[in-house]
Write a protein that binds this ligand. Sequence first.
Ligand code: GCO
Length: 449
Amino acid sequence: MSFSKNFIWGVAAASYQIEGAANEDGKGLSVWDAFCKKPGKIYKGHTGDIACDHYHRYKEDIALMKEIGIQAYRLSLSWPRILSEGIGKVNTKGIDFYKRLIDELRAAGITPYVTLFHWDYPLDLYAKGGWLRKESSDWFAEYATTVAKQLGDHVSNWMTFNEPAVFTCIGHQIGEHAPGDKLEFPQLFTIIHNVNLSHGKAVQALRAHAQKSSIGSALAMEFRVPYNEDPATLKAMNGNFGVDTLTNIFSHHYWAAPIVKGAYPEQLWSTMKLEALRPSADEMKTIAQPIDFLGLNIYSAEPTTLNSKGELEETRVPAGHPLTGIDWLVLPSALYYGPKFIYDTYKLPIYITENGMSNRDIVSLDGKVHDPQRIDFLTRYLKELKRAQKDGAEILGYFQWSVMDNFEWAKGYKERFGLIFVDYCTQKRILKDSAHWYRTVIEQNGANL
Ligand code: GCO
């Protein structure tokens, strides 16, 4: 059995992780440019200053995507490359880069899927108070309007945000990602809400200025999967595969619920003592603009079993349970229960906007990069995605993370997620075995899985 007709096979990457050219052609600084310079924050002091030098090598990279048979490429725009100070004057050279990139993709027959914000927040706006400021959603709307006017004739698939839960939690609560803040509730809720408002206003801007758009957001939320699909656990979970704890920013109630249903959970106001921050009905209406799809970034999940008291709890997996290079649990059924749960709950078509694995890839003596683990990982996960589609979830496409090895945030260049190997000393690219394998998956629309 293959995936549905018109299923989209893509790859993904993000501006700060691959572009480099951190100080070129009028680009302003982002919080990541600044964070990487702080001692001890990033593995071995790595930075995204050069990264994969994609800013200069995009033609070569697109040619490689074409060789793999990629149908769609999910890229993100660097906000401070387009508006050096975040708002105000447009940096024409920055916009021109994205126009060239998009033209090149289209000429290669690859559809661009553009994410407005994948974490490289303008440093100047952060200095003004960033996401904590009431005005932050208007700043984002100004940026979205600029993008829609400049690129809207050539792009019809948009995502407003990438993983708002991750940059809010890891960047502003735990402080391990830029900007490195350690905030608590209620301030965290202010950030969550301003990000959601920004999403709504950006959807309005895209609808107003971009042609024929299909719009969504790429969310990372935590899912629980029944470990070993044990029937008793499955029964107890009763169709709820999301995390509901309100202190956990990865709960779908903070992200999918407001943007699709226009509501945060009612318990938030009393349990989390946030009554004073309860948004107005008008704001919730702005947030819940009609969108066309939900994007899900899924790598793993919380394995769940019943304890001796018959309660559901996160299970301690047996010693030796498979892990990826970055130490994430291999749990292929995350790509079944995650999308199925979100589809059943929110009734919107779904794209898997990220999924993949980090692996300790090396260039072998034969000059090739053999990554059977990645092929095995992707096969297992994609089989589960096929099962979700067969069981009724409307899944429009799949974007493998990542097209090439790149800067993995606080882990620097240690983690290799790519289908294409990048030698960071020479910038030489090598198609890994998994890239050749992915080509056959695309050709057969997944029938060989
Ligand atoms: C994220 C981002 C990507 C990562 C990828 C692997 O999930 O953190 O969207 O930028 O590189 O997910 O961690």
